[in-house]
Design a protein around this ligand. Structure first.
Ligand SMILES: *Cc1c(COP(=O)(O)O)cnc(C)c1O
Length: 467
């Protein structure tokens, strides 16, 4: 499999190269040159498979040329067997006759990002093995990517990880899951700015050839293709359990950077019968506006009880625009340049019409989020987190054939966001024992000014130049 950039001028890469590169050198994001196809029979055949075997089937076409099947299987076993607290890895839970939860939070840091990052950490290690080089992983986090990436990469040979988070805008559990990991290769940076600023700083570091070359930068954000690939697996796994390919399934996805829901789009492109993808946003609703009226314009970020969705610029939306707009790299380059200048663009007709076929969207305000959380608790005995609450509110609201089951992606464990959960439901969720004595441990992080010069100077002090 070859991967091409959404901006059309970076070289095509294989899976190993694309995993280590993260962002493309022309500022674009890598996507597979073609979408692999599964027939109905091949999808039906997944009905008896474990999570790991489903993962091997779904991901094999994407890693071809870089990993053989046995190696991929071994990495998946290492990532998913033992590291997740549920034998199904991503179990389904029934709420009523048509609403389901897909619990993606059984990994070590209690959010869905573990599903991809546990594998990505192993892929980095595998691909760096035997190279006389040092890798510098740089990321920005609205909370959950940071903890999942740090868990997956702490103490691994040949790499350092620098994680930027917006100071005071992540929950105390999220912060402690990052800052109490004291491995020498883990470096937490708190900046006095929002997540979009943190993400823009990371992008600027990648786009600075001097800096990115000197430190061999790589990405763990969902700009990294390997992460999205790992997330495609659970769409297949869940849909097959609910009757795919004979019965189409809809998914409601609490969305920030458009990574998780883009993985659902990929599953549909591969032949999974997905009836609808519901893009659920909070009041930071750029994606809802883009999908309903074509208005892709960034405002100010409003902090909410669902901080992992407090985003105005959704990186992965570029991948969708590219795929829906005839895969025209020059057009995307021009569109994104216009966006960077004015922070506002209109989607083209082909982008809008293409999106309308599969996607619908909802903007969920705090009251509707709380109502959905209360409903799940009262009617189904499920304590859900605010992000999942937003997904469920959108799922309960959507106008869809009632015979189609709707699966809401439960993206975080409720105990990661205890205060808003308690406010909505009256229940204060306990941290599961697998996270241990999080509140007794020592924290370590640096506060750095949110400027390119300050952040790069800080990183340069601590990073190991690549050979
Ligand atoms: C990251 C995150 C999201 C948003 O996922 P995207 O892939 O950025 O759209 C939603 N919920 C939780 C709990 C998250 O950690």
């Amino acid at each position: 499999m070859r991967y091409i950039s959404t901006r059309g001028s970076a070289p095509a890469l294989n899976f190993e190269e694309v995993t280590l590169a993260g962002l493309a050198s022309d500022g674009g994001l890598y996507v597979p040159e073609v979408w692999p196809q599964f027939t109905r029979a091949e999808i039906a055949d997944m009905a008896g498979l474990s999570y790991v075997e489903t993962a091997v089937r779904v991901m094999m076409p994407y890693v071809e040329g870089s990993l053989d099947e046995d190696t991929l299987r071994r990495l998946c076993e290492q990532a998913y067997c033992g590291r997740f607290s549920h034998a199904a890895v991503t179990p389904l839970v029934q709420l009523d006759h048509r609403q389901w939860l897909l619990e993606l939070f059984h990994g070590p840091t209690l959010a869905f990002k573990d599903v991809a990052l546990q594998l990505l950490g192993l892929l980095f290690e595998k691909f760096m093995d035997g190279r006389d080089e040092h890798l510098t992983i740089i990321g920005a986090t609205s909370g959950d990517t940071g903890s999942a990436a740090i868990d997956a990469l702490a103490g691994r040979e040949g790499l350092d990880i620098f994680m930027l988070h917006p100071r005071g805008r992540v929950s105390d559990v999220q912060r402690r899951q990052m800052t109490t990991v004291l491995s020498p290769n883990v470096h937490n940076i708190a900046i006095d700015a929002d997540f979009d600023t943190a993400q823009a700083l990371v992008k600027a570091m990648f786009n600075d050839p001097g800096f990115s070359g000197r430190y061999h930068l790589s990405a763990v954000n969902s700009i990294n293709w390997a992460r999205l690939m790992a997330q495609v697996v659970y769409y297949f796994y869940a849909a097959v359990r609910l009757g795919a390919p004979d019965r189409p399934v809809a998914f409601s996805v609490p969305t920030g950077n458009f990574g998780d829901v883009f993985a659902g789009y990929v599953a549909a492109k591969m032949g999974l019968p997905v009836a609808k993808l519901i893009v659920a946003t909070n009041v930071n609703d750029i994606l809802h506006r883009a999908l309903t009226s074509g208005d892709y314009s960034a405002g100010e970020v409003t902090p909410t009880a669902a901080p992992s969705m407090d985003i105005q610029v959704s990186s992965n939306f570029e991948r969708l625009k590219f795929d829906l707009g005839g895969r025209d790299g020059a057009a995307i380059t021009a569109q994104m340049a216009a966006f960077e200048k004015s922070r506002a663009i209109q989607l083209t007709n082909s982008q809008r019409e293409g999106a309308a076929k599969l996607f619908t969207s909802a903007r969920i305000d705090p009251d509707d989020m709380s109502l959905a959380m209360r409903w799940a608790w009262r009617e189904a005995g499920q304590v859900i987190d605010p992000h999942t609450g937003i997904g469920l509110a959108a799922a309960r609201d959507v106008d869809l054939d009632p015979a189609i089951p709707i699966v809401t992606l439960a993206t975080a464990h409720a105990s990661k966001f205890r205060d808003p959960v308690e406010r909505a439901t009256g229940v204060r969720p306990q941290l599961p024992s697998r996270v241990g004595d999080l509140f007794e441990r020592q924290e370590r992080y640096e506060v750095v000014h949110a400027t390119f010069d300050d952040v790069t100077a800080h990183i340069a002090d601590l990073a190991t130049p690549s050979k």
